[in-house]
Design a protein around this ligand. Structure first.
Ligand SMILES: Cc1cc2nc3c(=O)[nH]c(=O)nc-3n(C[C@H](O)[C@H](O)[C@H](O)COP(=O)(O)OP(=O)(O)OC[C@H]3O[C@@H](n4cnc5c(N)ncnc54)[C@H](O)[C@@H]3O)c2cc1C
Length: 364
């Protein structure tokens, strides 16, 4: 059986960021990814520009042009319940418009270049904790075993590592459905966020992407059928407000984000990204929080090695601010009335800054 320092389960942004951080600090690291290189992830691919600084400062990386969609950056345009006439773009604010599959592929290539052993097509099955972790993973008909001192669950919203670590606990999710359209409409280079209770209890969005429009809605109450009905109402609203005229549907897909459920891990096994519940319940933003929690997990491993303390106790300190942000954003967004949505947009547009968005760990 192979013996390493760290096993990371999952090769999304959280797992890749964690593995790169571990490798940079000399940890012998294996990453298990059930998909093949370039696997598809259902996502809008919108990231705050602060990610450029996080990747540069914490991982020494520069995001290459090939991970970007056209246009590379977008403004942020809020549409409140009363519609377009009361909406506007935030002043001096830009977002990155990325191709998620290419972003994740690039990060995993960096991980491999940093010395991480990335095992594609390899699905985590279970682990035994015998002081160190004995992790079993399946690749086609073969079962591989890896032994490690530290185990990182970065396996997304339906994490199997979390299920085994926190037996009996239930993780809530929010359903998101999205469609790629060739379409016409009165849109500029913005990420459009729509808030209206009659359409959805959460949010709708439109993103110009490589000559198409990606439209989607999140809906916290109910499953796929209810979210699909929200998307139909949203499309009608888009038609009324922005003269949205669909030409041809290119792709239709659904996914989930964690919602109001936080799990840090236990002992020397911890969770990062969606597996831990680190996704903004108000906006659906999770890529950056995945990268940040992945880096924090890697840093906690370094501290655990130096201090001999339990990994989860060190990691819980690191993620305190992030967890508090998720909790307070949930509290803020869960019972919004349309009047409050209207006030929120108006205040944001006047203030010119983003209130319910995570501003990063408070460094001394
Ligand atoms: C429709 C939709 C739109 C979204 N839009 C945005 C957006 O515009 N901006 C944004 O910031 N966030 C967005 N999000 C949220 C964002 O996609 C997630 O928060 C982010 O992907 C979390 O990263 P992660 O690395 O934790 O998990 P993931 O990206 O889900 O990665 C988990 C990885 O683990 C692998 N895996 C799973 N199980 C196993 C197993 N048993 N063994 C081995 N490997 C396994 C998976 O194949 C996957 O590669 C959106 C989500 C959805 C559903």
């Amino acid at each position: 059986m192979r013996v390493v320092d760290v096993v990371v389960v999952g090769g999304g942004p959280a797992g890749a960021a964690c593995a790169i951080t571990c490798a940079k600090h000399g940890q012998n690291t294996v990453l298990l990814e059930k998909g093949m290189p370039g696997r598809h992830k259902v996502c809008g691919g919108i990231m705050p520009t602060v990610c450029i600084g996080i990747l540069k400062d914490d991982l020494g990386l520069k995001m290459p042009d090939e991970v970007m969609c056209t246009p590379h950056t977008l403004g942020l345009f809020y549409v409140p319940p009363s519609g377009r006439r009361s909406g506007a773009a935030m002043r001096n604010y830009r977002l990155l418009n990325v191709n998620r599959d290419r972003l994740d592929h690039w990060l995993l290539q960096i991980a491999e270049d940093s010395g991480v052993n990335v095992l594609y097509g390899t699905e985590f099955l279970d682990f035994q904790n015998e002081g160190t972790f004995r992790v079993r993973a399946g690749n086609k008909d073969r079962v591989t075993e890896v032994q490690a001192r530290f185990l990182i669950g970065a396996d997304g919203v339906f994490s199997k590592v979390r299920t085994q670590l926190h037996r009996g606990s239930k993780a809530q999710t929010m359903m998101i459905v999205q469609e790629y359209w060739q379409a016409k409409g009165e849109f500029e280079e913005h990420f459009y966020t729509f808030l209206k209770g009659e359409v959805t209890s959460a949010y709708g969005y439109l993103i110009p992407k490589d000559g198409r429009y990606l439209i989607g809605v999140g809906e916290a109450r109910g499953g796929h059928g209810r979210a699909a009905a929200c998307l139909r109402r949203f499309t009608e609203w888009l038609t009324d407000e922005f003269a949205f005229e669909p030409v041809s549907l290119e792709r239709k897909e659904a996914g989930a984000i964690p919602y109001n459920s936080l799990f840090g891990g236990d002992g020397n096994a911890i969770l990062v990204g969606d597996a831990a519940g680190f996704c903004n319940p108000f906006s659906g933003e999770g890529i950056r929080l995945g990268i940040e929690s992945g880096i924090m997990a890697g840093e906690a491993i370094v501290q655990a090695n130096e201090s001999g303390k339990t990994l989860s106790s060190l990691y819980h300190q690191q993620i305190e601010g992030l967890s508090e942000f998720i909790r307070s954003t949930y509290e803020f967004s869960v019972a919004l009335t349309d009047k409050e949505r209207e006030e929120f947009v108006s205040t944001e547009l006047q203030r010119g800054s983003l209130a319910p968005y995570y501003s990063g760990p408070q460094k001394d």
